[in-house]
Design a binder for this molecule. Structure first.
Ligand SMILES: O=P(O)(O)OC[C@H]1O[C@H](OP(=O)(O)OP(=O)(O)O)[C@H](O)[C@@H]1O
Ligand code: HPA
Ligand SMILES: [Mg+2]
Length: 178
């Protein structure tokens, strides 16, 4: 076990099985559509990479980078755009891909921003959802796993930029947190 991380919450096999199902469902739902996956950096990269391999459709991948947590376990509530999309999304079927929805502040801000660019449709797909922590409502269309109110790391999720490379989801050891 690595220093600083507690018990495994979702192991690699369980993650992959659920992502197989999500890929199949998205493949069914987006037949004949003009699909653009928007990965939110950096946390979504591992999930997005596994998910796109399971979507058997032509699609475009684009990225936005935002940051609201910095090196803390609490959202600052201020969403900063660090990188915008490369392509126009007007008339496209946009699917936002996130690693986790916690307070909902990041996605609330992002959906407003992307809707103002007139996509044909805008949906949200997340690997993890912490519904008990919501501060603002967010309608999530595809959820991998609902999880309890614990700060988690691994599979793209960081604490102070560490642990993103773990292939499973772990609960952060509270002793590690300031
Ligand atoms: O629902 P919220 O409370 O807004 O939290 C969710 C957001 O926070 C994390 O991003 P972070 O700002 O840590 O950036 P990162 O993906 O680069 O780690 C996570 O990847 C989500 O984007
Ligand atoms: O539990 C979490 N872990 C890592 N990053 C996060 N951003 C929001 N919630 C979390
Ligand atoms: Mg983070």
């Amino acid at each position: 076990m690595l220093k600083g991380i507690g018990r495994v919450l979702i192991d690699e096999q369980t993650l992959m099985r659920r992502i197989d199902e999500m890929g199949e469902q998205i493949t069914r739902d987006y037949q004949g559509k003009d699909l653009v996956l928007v990965g939110i950096l950096k946390g979504s990269v591992l999930f997005l990479a596994d998910l796109v391999k399971r979507i058997k459709l032509p699609l475009v991948i684009d990225f936005m980078a935002v940051s609201s947590y910095g090196s803390s376990t609490h959202s600052s509530g201020v969403v900063r755009i660090l990188k915008d999309l490369d392509e126009e999304i007007e008339g496209k079927d946009v699917l936002i891909v996130e690693d986790i929805i916690d307070t909902g502040l990041t996605l609330n801000y992002l959906t407003e921003l992307l809707l103002s660019r007139n996509p044909r449709s805008l949906k949200i797909c997340c690997c993890l959802d912490k519904p008990s922590r919501r501060k603002v409502p967010v309608k999530v269309d595809y959820v991998g796993f609902s999880i309890p109110d614990e700060f988690v790391v691994g599979y793209g999720l960081d604490y102070a930029e560490k642990y993103r490379n773990l292939p499973y989801i772990c609960i952060l050891d509270p002793d590690e947190v300031e």
